[in-house]
Ligand binder design. Structure first.
Ligand code: HEC
Ligand code: HEC
Length: 238
């Protein structure tokens, strides 16, 4: 009897431990991408509205935040999350907050029953509520406007930190941009583009350092910088 009791206690402890392990938290952002991005654009704000098969997730969430009313912020969040959990499984024209014209052009969302679980939807809806946030959006727009006011080279200097090694007018640990400009002509444009994209070494003997590659810079920015450098000897820093 005593043996059985011990065995039961041990069993309980083992099973108990297994159960009390913290449940892995579902990643709403990743799930949103896996389950919803086929139809909904997830960017905030979307880079383009062409070829949309569904409203952007930003538009969907802002819409729900506007239409579903509550004076209490945490109740508001719960109401919206509950709407999303229901709508994705049981969508209908009468429940949709989409205006009639958009609804006609998109068609009602096909039910995602069987493709996403309730727990996954809970995590997705939480993420949507937190991420598609008006204040966050205003910040993103303000940052975009700030970058748009900068000249190309000022923006690239800030984003890529070229000025850690280069000055415009004076040699530092790397040749000054004006000296690079004086050495080359428009015929060297492709080679300068290559140097920025893939890095450079040995072209400027007096500098021991290697120029690292800038693989993540857009082609537009790389070409813009090559053109800016080439014209520097005539135009100065504009
Ligand atoms: C096969 C395409 C498709 C997929 C996949 C899809 N949706 Fe949709 N969804 C739509 C379309 C089209 C609409 C607009 C028409 C409507 O309101 O039903 C829509 C509308 C919605 C709406 C209602 C918007 C409103 O204004 O009432 C919500 C909420 C929504 N989707 C959430 C999701 C979530 C969350 C996922 C991922 C789990 C998802 N959708 C996956 C196509 C899709
Ligand atoms: C870690 C230091 C460092 C950073 C950061 C850096 N460079 Fe350089 N850069 C160098 C060095 C060193 C050279 C000289 C390499 C050589 O001798 O070939 C150089 C050379 C160059 C050249 C001349 C290449 C040639 O073909 O003669 C260009 C153009 C250039 N850098 C542009 C840039 C731009 C644009 C940025 C920012 C996007 C940048 N660099 C960031 C160190 C750097």
């Amino acid at each position: 009897m005593r043996k059985l009791y011990l065995a039961l206690v041990t069993l309980f402890v083992i099973v108990g431990c297994g159960d009390s392990k913290p449940k892995q938290k579902l990643d709403g952002e990743e799930l949103l991408y896996q389950k919803c991005s086929k139809c909904h654009n997830l960017d905030m704000p979307p880079k383009s509205y062409d070829n949309e098969v569904a409203p952007s997730m930003m538009a969907v969430t802002f819409h729900l935040k506007d239409f579903i009313k509550s004076n209490n912020p945490s109740e508001h969040e719960i109401k919206i999350i509950n709407f999303i959990k229901d709508y994705v499984i049981n969508p209908s024209a009468s429940k949709s907050f989409c205006d009639k014209k958009s609804l006609e052009s998109y068609g009602v969302m096909p039910s995602q029953k069987g493709k996403v679980t309730t727990d996954e939807l809970e995590a997705i809806a939480h993420y949507m509520y937190a991420n598609y946030d008006n204040k966050k959006m205003l910040k993103i727009m303000a940052e975009k406007a700030r970058l748009a006011r900068m000249s190309l080279y000022e923006r690239v200097f800030e984003q890529q930190r070229c000025t850690n090694c280069h000055n415009i007018n004076k040699d530092k640990v790397a040749p000054s941009f004006i000296n690079i400009s004086k050495r080359y002509t428009i015929k060297d444009r492709d080679s300068l583009i290559k140097s920025i994209k893939d890095g450079s070494k040995g072209k400027w003997k007096q500098f021991k350092l290697i120029m690292p590659p800038f693989k993540k810079m857009s082609n537009k920015d790389i070409e813009g910088m090559a053109d800016w450098i080439l014209k520097l000897k005539e135009n100065g820093a504009k």
